[in-house]
Design a protein around this ligand. Structure first.
Ligand code: THU
Length: 129
């Protein structure tokens, strides 16, 4: 529970850093590693719109760059009437590392929903190559 509050705080702070002049839809994410470190991320947009990176992947890539590869939970925070779930691309990117990841989606009104990543991305792409 204490960890959830920390994750929500990290996601809230990260959301304040979102670079989203085109959508004006700031998103914050906080990813918990299996050794209990938190990596936060925000969405980063670009004038070349397709280059935009979601908050979830910003957090994930930051954690991987720090040597982390196993994750136990993620908080996703938006200012929406209902909490939103991660986009398909982020689900796939996260699945590669932690299919059983807990995902808590939250909004600024304090509503929260809890999912497992494997529930949000059934039959995910996974192959031995
Ligand atoms: N976005 C995220 O950061 N995470 C999601 O799960 C969905 C969408 C961002 C991308 C873009 O900057 C803005 O929200 C609008 O789509």
């Amino acid at each position: 529970m204490k960890m959830l509050k920390e994750l929500l705080d990290s996601a809230r702070k990260a959301r304040e850093q979102a670079y989203c002049p085109y959508s004006r839809f700031p998103v914050g994410a906080a990813l918990l590693t299996s050794d209990n470190e938190i990596f936060a991320g925000c969405n980063v947009e670009n004038l070349s719109f397709g280059l935009t990176v979601c908050a979830e992947r910003t957090a994930l890539f930051s954690a991987v760059a720090a040597g982390k590869r196993q994750f136990s939970g993620m908080v996703l925070l938006t200012d929406t009437p209902e909490p939103v779930t991660p986009c398909g691309a982020c689900r796939q990117a996260l699945y590669e590392f932690s299919p059983n990841l807990w995902i808590v989606t939250a909004n600024l009104h304090g509503q929260q929903r809890v999912y497992r990543l494997c529930q949000l991305l059934p039959d995910a792409f996974l192959a031995k190559i």
